[in-house]
Design a protein around this ligand. Sequence first.
Ligand code: PLP
Length: 408
Amino acid sequence: MPNSSFCVYQIRQHFPILNQTINEHPLIYLDNAATTQKPQAMVDAVAAYYLHDNANVHRASHHLSLRATGAFEAVRETVKTFINAESIKEIIWTKGTTEGLNLLANVLSKGLQTGDEVIISALEHHANIVPWQMLVESHGIVLKIIPLTAQHDLDLEAYQSLLSEKTKIVSVTHISNALGVINPIKEMVRLAHQVGAQFIIDGAQAVGHQTVDVQDLDCDYYVFSAHKLFAPTGVGVLYGKQHLLEALPPWQGGGEMIKTVSFEKSTFNQLPFKFEAGTPNISGVIGLGAAIDFLRAFNRQDLIDHEQSLLTYTEKALSEIPAISVFNPGGIKSGALSFAVQGEHPSDIAMLLDAQGIAVRSGAHCAMPLMAELNCIGTVRVSFSMYNTLEEAERFIEALGKILEMLK
Ligand code: PLP
């Protein structure tokens, strides 16, 4: 386990993957918004589960199953504390953010009628657009979009004018995956509650970069993916206020989510199992627990400050290059920033950076409507994590400078 004083070089030692060369250059991984790298302690926890405890959970009375169930359920408590939920009944395992949002759209649709309104924003990932769009088709709901200001922040005045007694659900990202913009989400929740709407936060990009307190935010639901939080792929969390989850119908049917089954009728299990049909991703959940334990060994504010300093340096350096325009210039961002290079395709820039060992993401970032709004085909996105160094940010700027010289 790491010690608690912040040293980025010590942190890097926990991530063996970083210690390699790509195209004969030391790897610089700046694609953390897509997925984070994994600490050794997390990988070890998953391996230990498979090597020593592997069994199905909640099913048997034999020793291994009891051990697996104990380890698995302990992580619910870990996650509860991590996001400051009130009860472990509010922590539902999913496959990830996408599944959490689909689950919510599906079960909440049962209470929606033709003409009811759902508000999302221009900054959303496809995962927070398409499930609602499907309800336009199937339930006749009306989807309203919060537009952007000229600075690429959400237009809060426009948001307020969209809210009305017709608004039933507002579903907005905490931090934009494409631009890194932090939304004033707590205030947005407050405004939605004033008209009686429920508020869903897509926290995919926030959990790895901010302290999340669902009670303080007062959101009704919060979803995130473990893989953006140093944990395995294929597992995620849906938080919901207990009384709201209790009132909702189940989503998928199968084992675990039932109390009794007969051919005439089934009765459903209590929370959180009501929403967890079938064998869950046991090793993924155990990995998530280990990743959060790893993270908790650090002072979170140190990590936030460190990432912020990398972002500030990079944005300033980019804004000094005439051919480059940064999106959301000078805005309040976290984790990521996006830019365009005049006259160049974002994918070409990303490929040329990769040739120098630097991994960034280019394209629409699963946010095609946002790209249309920004009037661009895509962006180059740089995204940082706790293990990135200032030297890496400097090398990225230097490499980009060389590329721009070459492309002249
Ligand atoms: N929402 C946001 C803001 C994201 O950044 C992502 C992934 O990049 C998703 C949703 C979808 O997450 P997943 O693919 O892990 O389900």
